[in-house]
Design a protein around this ligand. Structure first.
Ligand code: PEP
Length: 251
């Protein structure tokens, strides 16, 4: 059985004092969580704080993006090895907001993925279609294209070191969740696509669902056979909600 994972994506929210309270509440409330993994992906400036509060807790931490470059004259960029310096285990790669708002192409996402695994981080690779792509019947082809860009450079041995997050763009931050059946169908598609290349790796791949997951819908989503947990935006900023979602992933 695959272990479930629930990861929070705080986006550009928080402050030192708010985060200290939230991280402390999560640390205490999730101390007895069993049979699942949880993590929070915080803004870069708060990685040291996450490391400080969460070390030796049940919660791992990570960043929301990473440079594709290892070092050099790239003003404003943060490398994978810098994230490791702050104890990160995870880094989100290819979030739809990065793709849509910051021009990250499939190729850039793939390069960031390679940089992350090269440093020993676990990328949480986001894939997903927009509403118009879904309505045009293109959801699977878009996701296949996004996965192929990474497979072409990292192969199945690279994918095996990652977590995939299916995040339909139309469900992110909109309050519109994919139904468990809709999400399951895409997760099964992703797993089958990977199984064509390597059945064993596909079988143990953790595939998260993200898009307006809440305490009220988490258990039903996570009970689908190919949904191995969630990537949680808004609800990860509210301790009780995030804790309830993590607990919904326990078996
Ligand atoms: C996200 O940011 O990855 C996300 C899924 O956000 P939300 O849960 O708020 O839809």
């Amino acid at each position: 059985m695959r272990q479930k994972l629930v990861a929070g994506n705080w986006k550009m929210h928080g402050s030192l004092s708010e985060n200290r309270a939230l991280l402390g509440e999560l640390r205490a409330a999730l101390a007895d969580v069993r049979n699942m993994a949880c993590a929070v992906c915080v803004p870069f400036p708060y990685l040291a704080q996450a490391q400080d509060v969460l070390t030796d807790s049940a919660i791992a931490w990570g960043a929301q993006q990473v440079s594709e470059f290892a070092k050099g004259a790239y003003t404003g960029e943060v490398s994978a090895s810098m994230l490791l310096d702050f104890g990160c285990r995870y880094v989100i790669v290819g979030h739809s907001e990065r793709r849509a708002l910051f021009g990250e192409t499939d190729q850039v996402v793939a390069a960031k993925f390679v940089a992350a695994i090269g440093a020993g981080l676990t990328p949480i690779l986001c894939v997903g279609e927009t509403l118009s792509e879904r309505e045009a019947g293109m959801a699977e082809s878009v996701i296949a294209r996004q996965l192929d860009a990474v497979l072409n450079v990292a192969g199945m041995s690279g994918i095996a070191r990652a977590v995939i997050a299916y995040e339909p763009v139309w469900a992110i931050g909109t309050g519109k969740t994919a139904s468990p059946e809709q999400a399951q169908a895409v997760h099964a598609f992703i797993r089958q696509k990977l199984a064509v290349l390597d059945m064993e790796i596909a079988g143990r791949m953790i595939i998260l669902y993200g898009g307006s997951v809440k305490a009220a819908n988490a258990a039903e989503l996570f009970s689908q056979p190919d949904i191995d947990g969630g990537l949680i935006g808004g609800a990860s900023l509210v301790a009780d909600d995030f804790v309830a979602i993590c607990k919904a992933a326990q078996f």
